[in-house]
Design a protein around this ligand. Structure first.
Ligand SMILES: NC(=O)c1ccc[n+]([C@@H]2O[C@H](COP(=O)([O-])OP(=O)(O)OC[C@H]3O[C@@H](n4cnc5c(N)ncnc54)[C@H](OP(=O)(O)O)[C@@H]3O)[C@@H](O)[C@H]2O)c1
Length: 290
């Protein structure tokens, strides 16, 4: 397959490397200093906690060119508008694999509705200079499949082909018939979490402030209520029905855990804050609140 991975940050670099190593004809689209670094060294990968750095010599491009079997977009939500413009004249299905709570319509309006697929990456990692430090795969993370879906919920042949392509490259993926609701549910939870962590200065600092955790839970509940549809996965409905005290204790325990401290929650970068702000705006727009 001829693939383009659009966005050479943490996950774009990781996914492009996996696809390249699986034998696909893949290019990685980068810009600025990242482009120069990739041209010189290739993608540099290290598993979290390991000193060993692996270099993968993926072809790097600055602009999309021609036609692709699949373009996978791995940028932040607030960066998507510029990407759309550059994809409009290029041919190929486009999988938007990032946080997104605005639905497929605004994407399809620019590049064509029939080209749009949505999904969410379940891998994780951080940039350490030019090196991507990715989360170690465990028996548990291996079981969590990356959801990918058509915007109208159909299980099409192209969706099945994309899922198979990711799986063959060692990335667990599954077809998700309600991907738009999945993404909205995720944003309803992640935006209050990300913004509260940012305001507190990190997950452990937030855990130490029960009032802030209560306020965060209240915002999650408001967001879920405003969706007007059952959450996907349905387990998120428990955030509305279980007692507040129980949930606050559970959230505080999670925030103190190594899983939270080592996660991208500890990434308090301007890009993370800008993405959360864009998602919050998308949630407000869809809920019809100012
Ligand atoms: N990292 C994680 O652990 C993780 C886990 C789950 C989900 N996610 C989500 O997955 C998505 C991608 O995350 P990420 O961590 O890979 O983000 P990231 O490291 O910030 O990577 C985004 C990359 O896209 C590039 N980019 C943005 N607009 C561009 C444009 N117009 N042209 C060329 N390059 C462009 C950025 O370049 P600049 O740096 O120059 O802006 C950056 O290199 C986000 O929605 C994130 O929330 C991430």
């Amino acid at each position: 397959m001829k693939l383009l991975v659009y966005g050479a940050g943490v996950l774009g670099s990781l996914f492009a490397a996996r696809m390249y190593e699986a034998g696909h004809h893949v290019s990685l689209l980068a810009r600025g200093e990242r482009l120069a670094s990739l041209c010189e060294h290739g993608v540099q990968l290290a598993e979290a906690g390991s000193q060993a750095i692996r270099r993968v010599p993926i072809p790097v491009v600055e602009h999309p060119d021609g036609a692709y079997d699949l373009i996978t977009v791995l940028v932040r939500a607030h960066q998507v508008d510029a990407v759309l413009e550059s994809l409009a004249p290029v041919e190929g299905d486009v999988l938007f694999l990032h946080n997104w709570a605005a639905g497929p319509e605004s994407l399809g309006a620019v590049i064509g509705d029939n080209r749009v697929l949505l999904g969410f990456p379940t891998a994780a990692g951080t940039m350490d200079g030019d090196v991507v430090r990715y989360r170690k795969t465990t028996a548990m993370t291996r079981r969590v499949a990356m959801p990918i879906g058509e915007s109208d919920g159909r299980t099409t042949q192209r969706l099945q082909r994309i899922v198979r392509t990711f799986r063959a490259a060692g990335i667990n993926a599954k077809a998700e018939p309600r991907i738009d609701t999945w993404l909205k549910t995720h944003a309803a939870f992640e935006v209050p979490l990300g913004q509260a962590v940012h305001a507190a200065g990190g997950p452990a600092a937030l855990a130490a402030d029960p009032d802030a955790v209560r306020a965060m839970l209240h915002q999650m509940r408001c967001n879920l209520a405003a969706m007007g549809t059952r959450p996907v996965p349905r387990a998120f409905g428990a955030l509305r029905t279980l007692p507040q005290g129980f949930l606050v204790a559970g959230l505080r325990a999670f925030l103190k855990s190594p899983a939270a401290v080592q996660s991208s929650l500890n990434n308090l970068s301007p890009a993370t804050a800008a993405e959360m702000e864009r998602l919050a705006e998308q949630i407000r727009t869809r809920a019809g609140t100012p």
